[in-house]
Design a protein around this ligand. Structure first.
Ligand code: HEM
Length: 145
């Protein structure tokens, strides 16, 4: 099942890159009062939504197959986790599920208005919160290590 762990690890670059672009684009659109364009702004935010959902699914599978996911809790018990194992088995999964919920809400809320500035604002804020949450719980040491 190493292939899924590798996939999760590599997909993370794409997810983060596209999310950063989508958040940046939404902030500039909002503050610059641009017209929300279907071919560019909608596609970019949809692409970020889809990639983060694929990463969520792969992450869920990794959680159940990896020794660092559910198995770590089963072997060590909640109290036996140290800060590194707690990050992988608990904080990273829970925070990222929450982050992707924020991103999904941002996507559906932007569709509920026809006003371009409001669309950008909703994506900027809700995708932005999602991105900050994701960045706060990346196992940086293990990823680059
Ligand atoms: C956008 C969301 C996510 C991003 C950007 C992300 C990114 C990452 C990265 C960079 C790693 C380290 C990979 C490595 O060691 O090379 C990792 C590990 C891990 N992720 Fe995620 N992840 C996300 C969502 C999730 C979700 C939703 C879950 C579970 C429900 C999850 C479960 C895990 C687990 C269990 C590991 C440890 C794997 C192992 O060491 O065997 N991830 N993730």
């Amino acid at each position: 099942m190493e292939i899924l762990q590798n996939l999760h690890s590599y997909l993370a670059y794409a997810v983060l890159a596209v999310l950063v672009l989508a958040v940046f684009n939404a902030f500039t659109g909002w503050l610059g009062k641009r017209e929300f364009a279907m071919h560019k702004d909608l596609r970019l935010s949809l692409f970020a939504l889809i990639l983060s959902h694929i990463q969520l699914l792969v992450g869920l599978v990794v959680y159940f197959v990896s020794a660092n996911g559910l198995k770590a809790i089963q072997t060590l018990g909640m109290g036996g986790l140290n800060s590194a194992s707690r990050l992988l088995a608990l904080e990273h999964p829970v925070t990222n599920i929450l982050a992707i919920a924020f991103i999904t809400i941002g996507w559906s809320r932007h569709k509920k208005t026809d006003d371009s500035t409001t669309k950008f604002k909703r994506i900027a804020l809700l995708y932005g919160v999602g991105l900050v949450l994701i960045l706060s719980r990346i196992p940086w040491g293990q990823w680059f290590g």
